[in-house]
Write a protein that binds this ligand. Sequence first.
Ligand SMILES: Nc1ncnc2c1ncn2[C@@H]1O[C@H](COP(=O)(O)OP(=O)(O)OP(=O)(O)O)[C@@H](O)[C@H]1O
Ligand SMILES: [Mg+2]
Length: 254
Amino acid sequence: MENLIQVKNLIHIYSDNGSGKKYGIKDVTFSVEKGEFIILAGKNGSGKTTLLRHLNGLLLPTSGEVLISGINIQKNIVEIRKKVGMVFQDADSQIVGETVFDEVAFGLENLKFPRKLINEKVESTLELLSLIQLADRNPATLSGGEKRKLAIAGILVMEPDVILFDEPFSNLDYPGASNLLSLITRLNKNGITIIIATHEIEKVIDRATRMVIMDNGHIKKDGTPAELVKITEQYGIREPCSSKLNLGIMSWIN
Ligand SMILES: Nc1ncnc2c1ncn2[C@@H]1O[C@H](COP(=O)(O)OP(=O)(O)OP(=O)(O)O)[C@@H](O)[C@H]1O
Ligand SMILES: [Mg+2]
């Protein structure tokens, strides 16, 4: 296995308009290997989003460092953003294009890919996510679930090694959530490393190879879902029903 991400003694302090220091992350050290499927679990305010934002350089460390394939993020932020994509919790904040097609083409255009190649890649990605019939729509007019798929399309088209998802299932209905779960599973089977930050572990726990539990800016536990599922409630994370009923870890999809 290859060490894809290394986080060393990461501390992040948000400056808080003179009202004192506000720690987002206190001291985090961990690494991620290629192909893992990780749940980053923790209650509200535990530091999940702050940590994810460091993994693709949206935030820079107050101290400590983040390495991707052995290279410090700050050395080559453009290259890192191609390798590590992030799907935000609020899809609106990510949308910049005037049409669905333009939105997905945006990253490739920035990298000055030839037009023909851009069109081919965008079309195949829209096909893959069943968004092709929406290609000419204004992203602002899409539903919440369609916007989240669009955000994923914009990342997939860049062929990343890692995708970070911040609460990807919030506001999705049952078919929307199960389609997304199937898609994320397929991406992981194709070799993309997945990290999902969430305080609701029930939907993804049977897919994950590893669970990292954060609390108060620290990583408190790091192990397999089977090892940790019974202790999640100490950290404000609801234990899945199947585990409560002593039926083990079960798939959330029928
Ligand atoms: N821009 C900011 N300025 C000041 N403090 C912040 C900022 N963003 C986050 N924090 C603080 O950092 C800590 C970690 O926040 P973070 O958003 O990483 O938590 P989270 O685990 O993602 O929570 P949630 O489940 O609510 O999304 C919290 O105490 C939060 O109040
Ligand atoms: Mg968050």
